[in-house]
Design a protein around this ligand. Structure first.
Ligand code: NAP
Length: 237
């Protein structure tokens, strides 16, 4: 379902929100007048979020490790006490892995896939199972152009590419399975962004990226099963 117009007075959940793109999502959704549940793995180390909470009564802070089943279950239970519904679930948490052929370890490959693919799917399943995704809800998964088959002209980066390509497949299935419930699943590519993940070597800042991605969600464009970047361009699979 394509919803057009500013996102405000909604319940948003941002997963992996203590730094980088996730933190910027929290800031911008709050500035637009939404209620936000932000997650961090360790709130005692999430000073940006705890400082932001002092300025925004609409911000709730929770702990979640997307790779840990018990953490996901406890978090979803806690979320039920905080929110009656989730209008926007932003699955942003992710890890990079730049290893090329000859340097790969099975552990690194699996950690990347566990975080970037299994994490968002299981978190979505928990939120759905908790009855918090309703008609009109949007699940936005942060992917990367590096998961695109047609864009891969340079090879390498096995774990990250595989984890995001698998996330794309997962999101496509979610978009089909959730569509008849009126729940939208969409993929977002933030661009090459100056964050810890890129060692701040990106082309754009997180503010520009997130403003663009939120404007995609507000644009009224068809979202179900689509894949957009922050400039509203559709990314080839
Ligand atoms: N930056 C880019 O150019 C770019 C490009 C394409 C796609 N993306 C995607 O955009 C998303 C955000 O990237 P970013 O650049 O903001 O990365 P970042 O600065 O490295 O931040 C990653 C976030 O994910 C969290 N996270 C990592 N593992 C987690 C886990 N197991 N459970 C819960 N949270 C976890 C981190 O929490 P901790 O602080 O606890 O580690 C942190 O909040 C990622 O999915 C990334 O793949 C980024």
């Amino acid at each position: 379902m394509a919803r057009k117009g500013p996102i405000s007075d909604k319940q948003v959940v941002v997963v992996g929100a203590n730094r980088g793109i996730g933190f910027e999502f929290v800031k911008q959704f709050l500035e637009k007048g939404n209620r936000v549940v932000a997650t961090a793995r360790d709130l005692s180390k999430a000073s940006h979020l705890t400082n932001l909470k002092e300025q925004h009564a609409g911000l709730e802070l929770t702990e979640l490790d997307v790779t840990n089943e018990q953490s996901r279950k406890d978090w979803a239970q806690n979320l039920k006490n905080i929110a009656k519904a989730v209008d926007y679930l932003i699955n942003n948490a992710g890890v990079a892995s730049w290893g090329g052929l000859g340097q790969l370890t099975e552990d690194e490959l699996l950690h990347c896939i566990r975080t970037n693919t299994v994490g968002p799917l299981m978190v979505t399943q928990e939120v759905l199972g908790a009855g918090l995704l309703k008609r009109g809800s949007v699940v936005a998964n942060l992917t990367s152009k590096m998961g695109s088959m047609s864009d891969n002209t340079s090879g390498g980066t096995y774990a990250y590419r595989a984890s995001k390509a698998a996330l794309n497949a997962v999101t496509k299935s979610l978009s089909i399975d959730l569509d008849d419930k009126g729940i939208t699943a969409v993929l977002l590519h933030p661009g090459w962004v100056k964050t810890d993940m890129t060692r701040h070597s990106g082309l754009i800042d997180a503010q520009t990226s997130v403003a663009g991605l939120i404007s995609v969600l507000e644009s009224g464009k068809p979202l179900v099963g689509r894949w957009y970047d922050y400039k509203h361009d559709e990314i080839p699979w």
